[in-house]
Design a protein around this ligand. Structure first.
Ligand code: NAD
Ligand code: LMR
Length: 333
């Protein structure tokens, strides 16, 4: 006899007719995010504009045409209270991407207000066990704005995505060392999803040895590797004319899968700072975490010592997060 089937989980995705939406939805419906035995219901939010809702219908038609066995239903809506109703996971993508020559922080005033309303709606109608993942930029501070609106769901339910930066850093180190990607471990992003982020090569390993020893070129690590990872989003915009989408969707899948799966693996997630690693309490800073129960993490404190160079980088990215918090103080409840 086959084991009893799991009850479907409700996954709300905002900006569902956008670029990232188009890449992420088939992968969620295929079971790549929550498991190959986990049925899902997709609750898709888009702005209430006829042409955009029509595009959303097209996306849903394609999802139908994929005949995913795990996809048990779809809700298409322009109303956040419908999209987030009883949602178990809320993936907040919907917002403006930056264009060439802009920094992500330039989006704060426009995008920040989206997260006021959505944070409130999630708190009102999502499942008691809901988890919220912010992808829309600038994601750390947008996550802080959304979490500040919540009275029922605690701030530990709200995380922002720096997994794309971790994946980028892992790929850069593997390419430089000429090894398979799987040889690179413990490469963690500290701080903001912005050029100030610190991709901590000082604690990373390659084939079990310190990455700095294997690479043997501190100047490359400090002056090439860090800016390449920090400015990769801008490089993609310059090359493609559009911001990253397939890799961003892939990172969001990795973020949720890692956060949903109990394991000793350490991964980068921006969480509400409790002061660890010198980040100001209350900003959303990327740190190493380990998943202790589905959707629940602990910040890993052992094994990530920082020398003067690393501590300086962390102080700089913290200063930027504090400045962003100051910029949006009117949006914080
Ligand atoms: P896109 O413009 O292709 O799609 C965004 C969609 O969001 C649009 O369809 C738009 O109609 C919708 N939207 C706007 N406001 C909304 C609202 N209030 N509610 C629901 N939907 C809304 O953009 P994209 O390329 O999919 O990127 C989306 C966001 O993700 C951008 O802010 C981008 O900068 C960010 N991003 C973050 C990362 C990261 O690593 N954290 C990586 C890539 C992109
Ligand atoms: C990225 O890192 O690719 C995204 O945050 C998009 C951007 O604006 O850089």
């Amino acid at each position: 006899m086959s084991p009893a089937e799991k009850a479907p989980l409700r996954v709300a995705v905002t900006g569902a007719a956008g670029q990232i939406g188009y890449s992420i939805l088939p992968r969620i419906a295929a079971g790549e995010m929550l498991g190959k035995d986990q049925p899902v219901i997709l609750q898709l939010l888009e702005i209430p504009v006829e042409a955009v809702q029509k595009a959303l219908e097209g996306v849903a038609m394609e999802l139908d045409d994929c005949a995913f066995p795990l996809l048990r239903g779809m809700v298409l809506t322009g109303d956040p209270n419908v999209a987030f109703k009883d949602a178990d996971w809320c993936i907040l993508v919907g917002s403006k991407p930056r264009g060439p020559g802009m920094e992500r922080a330039d989006l704060l005033k426009d995008n920040g207000k989206i997260f006021v309303g959505q944070g409130k709606a999630i708190d009102e109608v999502a499942s008691d066990d809901a988890r919220v993942v912010v992808v829309g930029n600038p994601c750390n501070t947008n996550c802080m704005i959304a979490a500040s609106q919540a009275k029922r769901l605690g701030p530990e339910r709200f995380t922002a995505m720096t997994r794309l930066d971790q994946n980028r850093a892992q790929a850069q180190l593997a390419q430089k060392a000429g090894v398979a990607l799987t040889e690179v471990d413990d490469i963690i992003i500290f701080g903001n999803h912005s050029p100030t982020m610190f991709a901590d090569f000082t604690n990373a390993t390659i084939s079990g040895k310190p990455a700095a020893e294997v690479i043997g070129d501190d100047a490359w690590l400090q002056n090439d590797f860090l800016p390449t990872v920090g400015k990769r989003g801008a490089a993609i915009i310059a090359a493609r004319g559009l911001s990253s989408a397939a890799s961003a969707a892939n990172a969001a899948i990795d973020h949720v899968r890692s956060l949903h799966t109990v394991s000793d693996d350490i991964h980068s997630i921006a969480v509400r700072s409790d002061g660890s690693y010198g980040f100001d309490e209350g900003v959303w800073a990327s740190v190493p975490v380990r998943t202790t129960a589905p959707g629940t993490y602990e910040v890993v404190r052992e094994g990530f010592d920082h020398d003067e160079f690393a501590a300086g980088k962390i102080a700089a990215t913290n200063a930027e997060l504090v400045e962003e918090r100051e910029t949006v103080k009117e949006m914080l409840a």
